[in-house]
Design a protein around this ligand. Structure first.
Ligand code: PLI
Length: 465
């Protein structure tokens, strides 16, 4: 018998109508946005795959929990519910709420990173690295080499290369390494997971040297699913138990609740060390708020507590990963170049291979994201030469190996029919890829240029008809 199909493990109670613009209207919207999808108005977008951050659909239970949010300035009941949820699901002793993930990163880096320190991690993330650098640290990439190769098919492409980590410890000394930052899963590598064995080994190595391991737990539930699916011995283990074991190999974490915790805003910093907790409590009041709200409204804390419990439902997470794969498999079938294997939260199109007639300084990923919008109203994100910025010394563009367009799937928002629309558009664009022209940058902001940069086609039109 063929494999039985499954469907979304939820039904739809409220709908948000979508605007579908004509080709001509999209052309005008794209020109107005300077060919930068970050600058498009959401009302001009049909299917929004810009990010999975803060874009989840909340459940009826979460919407209900907004009403019981306790908005007390201090000692809110909602805070205690959130603290309980984090302790129960993540297993850490101490928790501090923050307005989102980067709030937690700021506290952690301020407390632990000093001038001249090195912070090893399995590939960088923009905000995480920025906070480490702002405090005088240097990020060192210790991910396995294959993570930088879109075609390397590995079950756990987010793993740390233990030799790289060991060598760094030997080179600079453990005292210059305040912590290892381990992302589960790895966003910039394509949502690739870390194996339980690798987490254990990293933790053991760090313990030998007295170095803390702090997770970036942003997409930890997705990581747990890949362990269940791929790592021997976990096939019958509930996601909740896999998560618990994952966190046992760490000393704390930063968390953006906007992804796996299924809320639109919120985050936290968690740890087991009492002294770090005490210092974090002292600092959180400067940047976020009282340790019992940390930049969140009581109702947001309620919703996040509920979201944390919902996120570890085995049916939910299975569907989540399968939906991303549902889209990815159609693209692979059609021969579309993309990062493989398919990761947890997004499809990363390999724009260099897709538009191999364009040089990297014609911004292929930017052009492809713009062409996708023009073709179907689907909004994606450039993750390539524009995002990578310029070299501070030479002023030249940084030219990253991975030149990608990220199609990021929000959680519980779209159906597989929407995924079909996206697949059709990408496949058709691939068939007429040689008609897609390069872009030139007309306005370049000095920092984080990808957000506000403006472009125009190098030739008359972006996409010839
Ligand atoms: O957006 P925040 O401040 O809640 O979280 C920052 C953050 C930290 N780590 C990782 C791995 C992220 O992906 C992340 C935010 N990511 C965004 C906004 C994204 O679009 O991927």
């Amino acid at each position: 018998m063929t494999k039985r199909r499954t469907a979304e493990p939820y039904k739809i109670k409220a709908v948000e109508p979508l605007n579908i613009l004509s080709h001509e209207e999209r052309k005008q919207a794209l020109e107005k946005a300077g060919y930068n999808t970050f600058l498009l108005d959401s009302q001009d977008v049909y299917i929004d795959l810009l990010t999975d951050s803060g874009t989840s659909a909340m459940s009826d239970q979460q919407w209900g929990s907004l009403m019981v949010g306790d908005e007390a300035y201090a000692g809110s009941k909602s805070w205690y519910r959130l603290q309980e949820a984090v302790r129960e699901v993540y297993g850490y002793k101490y928790v501090l709420p923050t307005h989102q993930g980067r709030g937690a990163e700021n506290l952690l880096s301020q407390l632990k990173v000093k001038d001249g320190d090195y912070v090893p991690g399995n590939m960088y993330f923009t905000t995480t690295r920025a906070h480490q650098e702002l405090n005088g640290g240097t990020f060192v990439d210790v991910i396995i080499d294959e993570a930088h190769d879109p075609n390397a098919e590995l079950d756990f492409k987010g793993n740390v290369d233990l030799n790289k980590l060991q060598n760094l410890i030997m080179e600079v000394g453990a005292e210059r390494i305040p912590f290892v930052c381990l992302a589960v899963t790895v966003n910039m590598a394509g949502g690739q997971p870390v194996s339980m064995a690798n987490m254990r080994e990293v933790y053991e190595l760090c313990q030998e040297h007295g170095i803390d391991v702090m997770y970036d737990a942003t997409r930890c539930v997705e990581n747990a699913y890949f362990i269940k699916e791929r790592e021997p011995g976990y096939q019958n283990t509930p996601i909740k138990d896999i998560l618990k074991e994952m966190f046992a190999y760490s000393d704390g974490c930063t968390m953006s609740g906007k992804k796996d915790a299924l809320v639109n805003i919120g985050g936290f910093l968690a740890m087991n060390d009492e002294e770090l907790y005490t210092r974090s409590r002292e600092l959180v009041v400067v940047y976020e708020g009282m340790p019992t709200y940390g930049g969140m409204a009581g109702r947001d804390m309620e919703a996040m507590a509920q979201g944390i419990y919902e996120s570890v439902d085995d049916h939910y997470i299975e569907h989540r990963i399968q939906q991303v794969r549902y889209l990815g498999d159609q693209l692979i079938e059609a021969g579309i170049p993309m990062v493989r294997p398919i990761g947890g939260h997004a499809i990363f199109l390999d724009a260099r291979a897709f538009l191999d007639h364009l040089d990297q300084d014609q911004f292929p990923a930017q052009a492809l994201a713009a062409a996708l919008y023009l073709d179907s109203g689907v909004r994606a994100m450039e993750r390539g030469i524009v995002s990578a910025g310029r070299n501070k010394e030479t002023g030249e563009h940084n030219k990253p190996k991975l030149e990608m367009v990220r199609l990021t799937i929000p959680r519980r928002v779209y159906t597989n029919n929407h995924m079909d629309v996206v697949a059709d558009s990408v496949i058709e664009l691939y068939q007429k890829r040689h008609q897609i022209k390069g872009l030139q940058m007309d306005y370049e902001p000095p920092t984080l240029r990808f957000f506000n940069a403006r472009f125009s086609p190098k030739e008359v039109a972006l996409l010839e008809n």
